[in-house]
Design a protein around this ligand. Structure first.
Ligand code: WQD
Length: 327
């Protein structure tokens, strides 16, 4: 089989490309390079540069490369931006997906995987979030991912495609320093940036109903996210894979607080990362931690890396891009 990976030149996508190549799969990447970069891809991987909204391009890429399965990772992913630009998010994340699905159906693709997100759950008031926990997305971003899951499942049923939607929790780390996350939009890189500038990291609220008062999340190494995709691909390629219809969390089932992350960052970097408490950030749930049972049962997948490995590898990537950080 040949797998088309949309968004394959991005932070998560490039890790997925690497995991599939290690598994001996043939891959081709479609990426508009808006946030991705061609130098994240090994030279042997064909790159089609263009948008998922360009149906003619997507379909011709599928035909030219004999694509039989799709991993649709390309999307806009900033919660705050989605509140300001809902039309753009629905256009790129829902219409972009619809276009790719239409091309997949037209060319007889048999397997389709969607990158989804814990953002579909909103603020669930449960210890561990299972795939049956009701979805009440709190942002247009989360809504586009939920709608996307419906669209993928319905298209799979109608056109005989096996489908998997993977709900990522808080992704961090890097498989190699070169593949590190260049964006400064999530906790770990935001802390690194402040430390590099000689500032204390910010803690958005320490009066939450959690043991240390800071928010708890389920952090997952990007290499584990990638190996979960490889496991899903093996399932979709297996006998009867075209009957697959799965929605699965990718998490570790272990909650870590903002303070817990700062402690590890302090140890890894050798800096004082005790943090400066500021006001809560609107819309942050106190706690969201995955149950990782379903993915273990369905795909036999387990996370391999802990928070220390996430932070250590993320720091190596940060220092490569910001050599002044080591000073
Ligand atoms: C983590 C925790 C902050 C920065 C978001 C999306 C989610 C998914 C992952 C795409 C929170 C706190 C942060 C800082 C802090 N994205 N924080 N100081 O909000 O859990 O999840 O990214 O699919 O859908 O919502 O991630 O990394 O922004 O924050 O205290 O300088 O760190 O308040 O509790 P979040 P995050």
């Amino acid at each position: 089989m040949t797998w088309l990976i949309t968004g394959g030149a991005g932070y998560i996508g490039a890790h997925v490309v690497r995991a599939l190549l290690e598994d001996g799969k043939r891959v081709v990447v479609l990426d508009d390079l808006s946030t991705g970069s061609a130098d994240r891809l090994p030279a042997e991987v064909p790159l089609v540069t263009g948008s998922t909204l360009d149906g003619a391009l997507v379909e011709s890429a599928m035909r030219e490369h004999g694509v039989t399965g799709v991993l649709h990772i390309a999307a806009k992913k900033q919660v705050g931006e989605s509140v300001e630009q809902p039309l753009r998010y629905y256009h790129e994340n829902v219409e972009g997906l619809r276009v790719v699905l239409a091309a997949a159906a037209a060319t007889g693709v048999k397997s389709f995987l969607l990158s989804s997100s814990a953002a579909v759950y909103g603020m669930p008031d449960v210890e561990l979030v299972t795939e049956e926990t009701p979805c009440v997305p709190m942002s247009p971003y989360g809504e586009t991912k939920r709608v996307g899951e419906w669209l993928v499942a319905a298209t799979g049923r109608a056109h005989g495609m096996g489908t998997v939607s993977l709900r990522y929790f808080n992704v961090a780390g890097a498989a190699t320093a070169e593949l590190g996350d260049p964006a400064i939009l999530n906790l770990v890189p935001m802390v690194f940036e402040r430390l590099t500038k000689g500032q204390q990291p910010l803690v958005f609220g320490d009066d939450y109903p959690t043991p240390d008062g800071t928010c708890i999340r389920d952090y997952i190494h990007v290499a584990d996210v990638a190996s979960a995709h490889a496991a899903a691909v093996r399932r979709l390629e297996s006998e009867g894979g075209e009957k697959t219809e799965l929605v699965l969390n990718i998490g570790r089932g272990e909650g870590v607080s903002v303070r817990g992350i700062l402690d590890v960052i302090g140890e890894v970097t050798g800096r004082d990362a005790s943090g400066e408490v500021v006001a809560r950030r609107p819309g942050d749930p106190a706690r969201i931690v995955a149950s990782a049972e379903a993915i273990s049962k369905e795909l036999g997948w387990e996370a391999r890396y802990d928070v220390r490995e996430m932070i250590g590898s993320a720091w190596a990537g940060w220092c490569l891009r910001h050599p002044e950080a080591r000073a």
